[in-house]
Design a protein around this ligand. Structure first.
Ligand code: ZN
Ligand code: FE
Length: 251
C-alpha cells in the first residue's frame, strides 16, 4: 500500500492510498480537479471515497468524481448523505476497501457527526486531529472534542496521522506561545519551520510524537496544569481543554 497526499485549495490534502496495480481509495476530495489530474498521471483507478464530515472543502469534488467513475462507493457519516455518500457508516462499522479493514471512529466536535477511519497504521483524521492541534468547534462542544481526541490518542504509537490540513506551523507557533520553555514543542517548531521554508509537507504525523508535541493531547500534563493555574482555576480536564481551544481561536 502506498500513501500519497494531493494538495488542494490553500492548505488541504486529499489523501490517496494506492496499490501497486493502481487501485486506490480517496479521502475527502474537496475539489475534483487536482485529484482527477493525479488519477490520470499515476494511472490510478479509484474504488472508494472515504468522507470524514460534511464541509465543502472535504466533499466538494465527490459529484464530479462519481460522474467520471460510476462504480465508486462513497462512505461517509450521516451528515454527508446529501453530499454524495452512498454508504452511511457509524462508530464501530468496518469499511472494507482494497483488502484493508478501516474501523470507523465517531469523533464529534468539529462537526456533530465527524468520523475518522483507522486501518493500522493509517488514521484519516479529517479536521479532528491535526499535527500540533485540533479542529475548531463549529458544531460540537469542547467536551465532545476532548473525548474524541482521547479516542484517537489511544491508537498505537506508530499510527500515521493523515489529517486534512497543513496547519502544523501555525499550531506550533501557538503552542510555543503557551509553553515557551518546553523543549519538545520548541524542537518540533524548529523542524516544522525548516520543512515549510522548503515548501515540504509536515504530514503524515506519527502519533507517538503527537502525544509529546500536541498541546491538545496534553491537557492533563503537569506543565500545562501548572501554566494554567497561574491564569485560571479550572479543575476539570474538559475545562482545561476548552480554555486552550478558545486561546487558539483568538490567537
Ligand atoms: Zn471542516
Ligand atoms: Fe477542512
Amino acid at each position: 500500500m502506498n500513501l500519497n497526499s494531493i494538495p488542494a485549495f490553500q492548505d488541504n490534502y486529499i489523501w490517496v492510498l494506492s496499490e501497486d496495480d493502481g487501485r486506490c481509495l480517496i479521502v475527502d476530495p474537496g475539489e475534483a480537479a487536482p485529484i482527477l489530474a493525479a488519477l490520470t498521471e499515476n494511472k490510478w483507478h479509484p474504488e472508494a471515497i472515504l468522507l470524514t464530515h460534511h464541509h465543502n472543502d472535504h466533499v466538494g469534488g465527490v459529484k464530479e468524481l462519481t460522474q467520471k467513475y460510476p462504480g465508486l462507493v462513497v462512505y461517509g457519516p450521516e451528515e454527508t448523505q446529501d453530499k454524495g455518500a452512498t454508504q452511511i457508516v457509524k462508530e464501530g462499522d468496518v469499511v472494507d476497501v482494497l483488502g484493508c479493514e478501516f474501523s470507523v471512529i465517531f469523533t464529534p466536535g468539529h462537526t456533530a457527526g465527524h468520523i475518522c477511519y483507522f486501518s493500522d497504521p493509517y488514521l484519516f483524521s479529517g479536521d479532528t486531529l491535526f499535527s500540533g492541534g485540533c479542529g475548531r468547534l463549529f458544531e460540537g462542544t469542547a467536551s465532545h472534542m476532548y473525548q474524541s481526541l482521547k479516542k484517537l490518542s489511544a491508537l498505537p504509537d506508530h499510527t500515521l496521522v493523515c489529517c486534512a490540513h497543513e496547519y502544523t506551523l501555525a499550531n506550533m507557533k501557538f503552542s510555543v506561545s503557551i509553553l515557551p520553555d518546553d523543549s519538545d514543542l520548541n524542537d518540533y517548531f524548529m523542524e516544522v519551520k525548516e520543512l515549510r521554508a522548503k515548501n515540504q509537507k509536515t504530514l503524515p504525523a506519527i502519533l507517538k510524537n503527537e502525544r509529546k508535541i500536541n498541546l491538545f493531547l496534553r491537557t492533563d500534563d503537569a506543565d500545562f496544569i501548572d501554566k494554567l493555574s497561574k491564569e485560571t482555576n479550572l479543575q476539570q480536564p474538559e475545562q482545561r481543554f476548552a480554555w486552550l481551544r478558545s486561546k487558539k481561536d483568538n490567537f
